[in-house]
Design a binder for this molecule. Structure first.
Ligand SMILES: [Fe+2]
Length: 113
């Protein structure tokens, strides 16, 4: 998924709907939400559970490289919800990125060649 697109859509939704999300956390979380650092299409062992596991892997990688606040951590770990049932979005920033990610994934599925 294109992180730039997800960040742009999240940012746009926040402004358009006057949701008042923290824009710095929103954008940083959106850029890092898929920071898992492998090609899940090529790694057979990774592809089986990728959808369930990659948010935690991305959070571990992002936390090792950047100083993240609680909103940013929640954005990363919850962006696959409801697939990751026990890790829902707890803040508006995480809900926005989760929603934008679904829209981007749907668009890629329908229109990617
Ligand atoms: Fe993801």
């Amino acid at each position: 998924m294109n992180h730039d697109t997800c960040a742009r859509i999240s940012f746009w939704l926040n402004r358009r709907l006057h949701l008042g999300a923290n824009e710095k956390s929103l954008v940083q979380g959106a850029f890092l939400h898929d920071f898992y650092l492998y090609d899940w299409h090529r790694r057979r062992s990774a592809s089986r559970w990728h959808g369930f596991r990659h948010p935690a892997i991305a959070l571990r990688n992002a936390s090792a490289s950047y100083s993240l606040d609680e909103r940013e951590k929640n954005i990363i770990v919850s962006h696959m919800w409801p697939l990751t049932l026990t890790r829902p979005p707890h803040c508006r920033e995480a809900a926005l990125v989760c929603l934008a990610d679904k829209g981007c994934s749907l668009h890629e599925t329908l229109f990617r060649r």
